[in-house]
Design a protein around this ligand. Structure first.
Ligand code: FES
Length: 345
């Protein structure tokens, strides 16, 4: 499958890699493993020893190095072989492992699989509400047997909540005003529910909305390839949105393969609300887990089983008005992939 290569992808939550704890993960069809050097900095190397191709993630961390568990070659954090326990100890010229640029930001490990010379950390998308110094951040992960763009469709078109997540919904949702907007190769999808809805308690707590009838909104901002910020807000019916409360979530999808995805999601609250914000975000992550796992994932995985290895758009799906944002996002991705291909020629 074709991916945008010269772009940052989220590979893991930062706490998935700790001292002496390796993480092996396939990303964009590439087996990669991560560990921290003695300074605590994340390291990403191809998960394949250049000798007999054993996964290096089965090895042992030795200081700033990884020792292959099969014949003991040792590689440093740049992927250079620094120790050969055999014969005269000479190190073969080709004894290197590709290393990849990584950055730790927003409680996540960001990986660059494209041209390393273009790996500018300034290109990591901005998620100010994910800054842990100013915000409580609760995180979750999920593995989905579906293409990452099916997940992008799912978040950019929240009309599905009426049918897939009755717990998030009410009859007012289908009457929402829906708009989308393109801004500099990013897409906004806005769903404003203005029917004096009295949401279920669950929604009230999860979205931090007031008692009584409310107006609420679900605004999603997408950036390539698959980074979404979801602003779920509510306000006493008839009041301006600026007077309301907003729950800010991150939904990030990284392809594992063309048909499987690593889903990273986060619920946040500003630290200014007080220490109970930590409980709110952790509860938020717990609450979202069940609908993601038992309601979204089954439908996306079933979609994928119908698609097989064929891209959705190659089958000419019918397009509804609710598909405008996801169709725009898919076009931007296709354009970026095409641009990379043209540059490579
Ligand atoms: Fe790694 Fe032989 S396979 S040292």
């Amino acid at each position: 499958m074709a991916y945008i290569k010269n772009i940052w992808y989220v590979a893991a939550w930062a706490d998935e890699i700790s001292d002496n704890k390796l993480l092996a993960r396939k990303l964009l069809d590439v087996p990669v493993f991560f560990f921290r050097d003695t300074g605590g900095n994340p390291v990403a190397l191809l998960d394949r020893c250049p000798h007999r191709f054993a996964p290096l993630s089965m090895g042992i961390i030795r200081g700033n190095c990884i020792e292959c568990s099969y014949h003991g070659l040792r590689f440093d954090s740049a992927g250079k072989c620094v120790h050969n326990p055999h014969g005269d100890g000479r190190i073969p010229v080709r004894a290197t492992v590709p290393s990849f640029p990584v950055v730790e930001r927003y409680s996540a490990i960001w990986l660059w699989l494209g041209n390393p010379e273009e790996a500018d950390p300034a290109l990591i998308p901005e998620f100010d509400f994910m800054e842990p110094e100013q915000n409580f951040v609760g995180t979750g992960t999920m593995h989905v047997k579906g293409n990452y763009l099916l997940e992008v469709d799912n978040i950019l078109d929240l009309s599905h909540i009426e049918f897939v997540h009755p717990m998030f919904s009410s009859p007012a949702v289908s009457k929402a005003q829906v708009t989308h907007e393109l801004v500099d190769d990013t897409v906004w999808s806005r769903r404003d529910i203005m029917e004096d809805e009295t949401p279920p308690d669950f929604i009230r707590q999860a979205m931090n909305v007031p008692e009584g009838p409310v107006d609420r909104w679900l605004h999603v901002h997408w950036q390539a390839p698959s980074y979404m910020a979801l602003f779920a807000g509510g306000v006493a019916a008839g009041q301006p949105f600026e007077h309301g409360m907003v729950s800010k979530q991150a939904h990030w999808f990284t392809p594992e393969t063309g048909q499987t995805t690593h889903y990273f999601y986060a619920v946040t609250q500003p630290r200014s609300i007080g220490p109970h914000g930590a409980d709110i975000v952790n509860q938020g992550v717990e609450v979202l887990k069940a609908p993601f796992q038992y309601e979204d994932a089954p439908i996306i995985e079933a979609q994928q089983s119908r698609l097989g290895e064929t891209d959705l758009m190659d089958l000419y799906p019918i397009i509804l008005n609710v598909d405008a944002a996801s169709t725009a996002a898919r076009k931007i991705i296709a354009k970026k992939i095409q641009s990379e291909k043209s540059r490579a020629v």
